[in-house]
Design a binder for this molecule. Structure first.
Ligand SMILES: NC(=O)c1ccc[n+]([C@@H]2O[C@H](COP(=O)([O-])OP(=O)(O)OC[C@H]3O[C@@H](n4cnc5c(N)ncnc54)[C@H](O)[C@@H]3O)[C@@H](O)[C@H]2O)c1
Length: 270
């Protein structure tokens, strides 16, 4: 009998798993049969994510649904945290197959001349350094593991970038800079790791309704403006993203590396 679960028994780490995009990817991976390690600063969802707060921590939701998941506290900006996260995962599950570098933060909406040095460093440390550390230490572990199948796959790294990895927008310099850096990390890591069977790809969502963007979306005129920039006629939903993240962690991505999957309702082709 064949099993149609696309990530059956794969071991996946998702950073920033407590809320939003990371939470939705964690739930989708578990649904596809993966063992999920939910890594975040704390297990509780962000207070701005009302429905998520009611449901409780991601790993508990997965466990209640019959899946396998644990929470590991981790600050992605800290090399020691990422290294001990990976050690803990290998000690518990024996290997690491999938690393989703998702944890990220936004920045205040101000022009370059008013951008604070601290905001720049803060956003870069999480959105850029965090992704670098995730790629570095996950791939070190994957390189020690046997190949999984005849395609020669040794692991899948999925970086959560943004349409702002590919285009710019005024007033969010630290965020756009950090996501362009994620594009660079994805390209170079893909080249470095391709000979070893490790896929490195990215998803590029546009504006998606999560706690991250709840402040700007509270302004109805801004929300309408942003919606009008999407030919599909709406902003992104979390369910729009998880399928792409599953694809990039699965055998179906056999010949994909260094790719950017844009999930944006057509906004950046205009
Ligand atoms: N929401 C959007 O419109 C959108 C669009 C494109 C890309 N993205 C990207 O998706 C990713 C997730 O964003 P989201 O919208 O789900 O945000 P979110 O704020 O809902 O969730 C982010 C999670 O990351 C965690 N986190 C923050 N700093 C961390 C750190 N130092 N270490 C570990 N975890 C940390 C938070 O605790 C939170 O649980 C980010 O990389 C973001 O840039 C979001």
């Amino acid at each position: 009998m064949t099993n149609d679960k696309r990530l059956l028994n794969r071991v996946a780490i998702v950073t920033g798993a407590s809320s939003g995009v990371g939470r939705s990817i964690s739930l989708a991976y578990s649904y596809q049969g993966a063992k999920v390690v939910c890594a975040d600063l704390r297990p509780e969802p962000r207070a701005e994510a009302a429905g998520e707060v009611e449901e409780g921590p991601t790993h508990e939701v997965i466990t209640k649904k019959g899946g396998e998941a644990i929470f590991v506290r981790c600050d992605v900006t800290k090399s020691a945290d990422i290294q001990s996260l990976i050690k803990e995962v290998v000690a518990k599950f024996g290997r690491l197959d999938i690393m989703v570098n998702n944890a990220g933060v936004a920045c205040p909406l101000v022009p370059v001349n008013d951008t604070s040095d601290d905001d720049f460093d803060h956003v870069m440390s999480i959105n850029c350094r965090g992704v670098f550390l995730g790629c570095k230490y996950a791939s070190q572990q994957m390189l020690t593991q046997e190949k999984l199948n005849e395609n020669g796959d040794r692991g899948w790294i999925v970086n959560v970038a943004s349409t702002f990895a590919l285009i710019g927008m005024g007033n969010i310099l630290p965020y756009v800079t950090s996501k362009h850096a994620v594009a660079g990390i994805t390209k170079v890591a893909a080249l470095d790791l391709a000979p070893h069977g490790i896929h490195v790809n990215a998803i590029c969502p546009s504006w998606t309704e999560t706690a991250l963007v709840s402040a700007p979306l509270q302004s109805e005129p801004l929300k309408q403006l942003l919606t009008s920039m999407h030919p599909w006629g709406r902003l992104g939903k979390l369910t729009d993203l998880s399928g792409a993240a599953v694809l990039l962690a699965s055998d179906d991505a056999a010949f994909m590396t260094g790719a950017f999957l844009v999930i944006d309702g057509g906004s950046i082709v205009q």
